[in-house]
Design a protein around this ligand. Structure first.
Ligand SMILES: Nc1ncnc2c1ncn2[C@@H]1O[C@H](COP(=O)(O)OP(=O)(O)OP(=O)(O)O)[C@@H](O)[C@H]1O
Ligand SMILES: [Mg+2]
Length: 112
């Protein structure tokens, strides 16, 4: 199993969600996030402490999928979230060891 975490522009969420459902994705988690990439915004000093401003609103999508589905999910998110402008976001992939459906204690890929 693979976990795909995508941080995208909030304005692209509906399109990305629809595209994922279209390719057969079942479960996903959406989180409201704030962040910055390499442009970093800028930092300000206030009473001797440094504050980072310009943490911009983003949406994070998390999905755990079968190994074979990961590439298609990544390609779908990238193609749908891309506007071509800075701040379009990032996608990260990592291995997942276990999944458990709480209702009936199903384990592994059948729990997805
Ligand atoms: N290395 C990282 N680790 C975790 N989150 C990140 C990382 N890089 C970017 N993000 C998240 O992704 C969001 C969008 O990043 P962004 O697309 O601006 O990346 P970038 O590297 O600056 O690329 P670009 O030059 O296209 O803007 C950030 O606001 C942050 O939430
Ligand atoms: Mg950036």
């Amino acid at each position: 199993m693979q976990k795909i975490e995508a941080i995208i522009q909030p304005s692209r969420l509906d399109a990305v969600k629809d595209a994922l459902i279209e390719i057969g994705v079942e479960g996903m988690t959406i989180l409201e996030a704030r962040g910055h990439g390499r442009q970093k915004g800028h930092t300000e000093f206030y009473r001797g402490r440094e504050y980072t401003v310009d943490l911009l609103p983003k949406v994070k999508i998390e999905l755990v999928v079968h190994d074979e589905a990961a590439d298609k999910v990544i390609d779908t998110i990238a193609a749908t979230a891309r506007t071509g402008h800075i701040g379009d976001g990032k996608i990260f992939k990592s291995r997942i060891d276990e999944a458990i459906r709480i209702r009936n204690d199903e384990r592994g890929e059948t729990a997805l």
